[in-house]
Design a protein around this ligand. Structure first.
Ligand code: PCA
Length: 343
């Protein structure tokens, strides 16, 4: 497809290191949790291909999407313990380990791609440092499209969520469900269709991307475009495995990661509207949240922002200050050559 060609064209920038390779060929399995067709998974595959080409196959990264190698909830630990050298995980799913990981799932803190990028830049040093302490090397992070509310009935107000069975994907979505009076259950996307089919859940907050990946229109009827936050997936490497790479190969991996990140951010933004169109084409009522619902979730969001700050302490306050001062570089403009040629 066009995207792959575009990515290949960019390889020139990392091929410089191809003359200097690791001593012996390495194969790295890369577990990820989301559908093979999802743009995060596709970005990971392109990243892997870029590394493979630029190292002439000396470092081969094989993506295992859809939780096929490790379920989403197991990936971080698998990489930390060296069962997998590299992996991708939803950052905010780890907020029980450190509130810093939950910075991008605070409702209504950063709701546009530009703000999400600035929040990312403001929080990145703390995230990188936290992962380093856990024996992990951070590579790149890309956002899911803005989060909205799905349900099997009309929801006009937060009160309508009372007693709903709510699918959560991280501690913040569980907390949000509780504050709305719903009952949360933590479910990975790989299990989402089944949970909806069996009635384990009848509502959730997620992106249009996940709604499309899991064909939620088979079970749910309404989508409210809250645009509440843009959570990120992040890719990290086991430090011991990283240290086995020579500096040139590390530079290749970093270069491919930077390209993957820039591509992932652009692709997410491009797809956001298309996903909502697909939900509507498949019979869902796709609409902005009504004022009462939007206001209700916003005030819950304010409470959650205060709770997050209390958990995240001085480091969280520093991140918010940097973000609110408008610091953090502006989002990179996608190079013209990255525009997909298939549309
Ligand atoms: N999809 C993932 C996380 C956020 C998103 O948009 C999920 O639903 O698990």
């Amino acid at each position: 497809m066009g995207i792959a060609r575009v990515f290949a064209a960019l390889l020139g920038s990392v091929v410089f290191a191809a003359g200097s390779l690791p001593a012996a060929a390495e194969k790295w399995d890369m577990p990820t949790a989301y559908a093979p067709g999802n743009f995060h998974s596709q970005t990971a595959v392109m990243f892997a291909e870029a590394v493979g080409r630029a190292t002439d196959g000396e470092l081969e990264i094989v993506v295992h999407a859809g939780g096929s190698l490790f379920a989403g909830g197991e990936i971080k630990r698998a990489v930390q313990t060296g069962q997998a050298p590299i992996g991708e995980r939803l950052m905010s799913a780890l907020s029980n380990e450190d509130a810093i990981f939950g910075v991008d799932a605070v409702p209504f803190l950063a709701t546009s791609y530009d703000d999400a990028w600035r929040l990312y830049q403001a929080s990145k040093p703390a995230i990188v440092e936290k992962l380093a302490k856990q024996g992990l090397v951070f590579l790149y992070a890309t956002p899911w499209p803005p989060q909205g509310l799905y349900s099997d009935r009309a929801i006009d107000d937060v009160a309508d969520m009372q007693g709903m069975r709510f699918r959560a994907y991280n501690p913040a979505t569980s907390r949000l469900a509780e504050l709305m009076g719903a009952t949360p259950t933590q479910i990975e996307t790989a299990e989402l269709s089944q949970a909806l089919a069996t009635g384990v859940a009848n509502s959730l907050i997620t992106s249009g991307a996940t709604g499309v990946d899991r064909k939620v229109w088979e079970h749910l009827s309404h989508f409210y475009d809250l645009q509440a936050w843009l959570p990120k997936n992040m890719v990290f490497v086991n430090k011991r495995m990283w240290d086995r790479l020579d500096p040139e190969t590390q530079a290749v991996v970093r270069g491919a990661a930077a390209m993957a990140e820039s591509f992932g951010w652009s692709r997410s933004e491009e797809l956001a509207g298309q996903h909502l169109t697909m939900l509507a084409e498949n019979g869902m009522q796709v609409q902005p949240a009504g004022a009462a619902l939007q206001d209700g979730v916003t005030s819950i969001g304010q409470q959650m922002a205060e709770e997050w700050l209390a958990d995240a302490g001085a480091s969280g306050a520093q991140i918010l200050q940097t973000f609110r001062n408008g610091n953090g570089a502006a989002k990179p403009v996608r190079p013209a050559t990255l525009v997909p040629t298939n549309r």
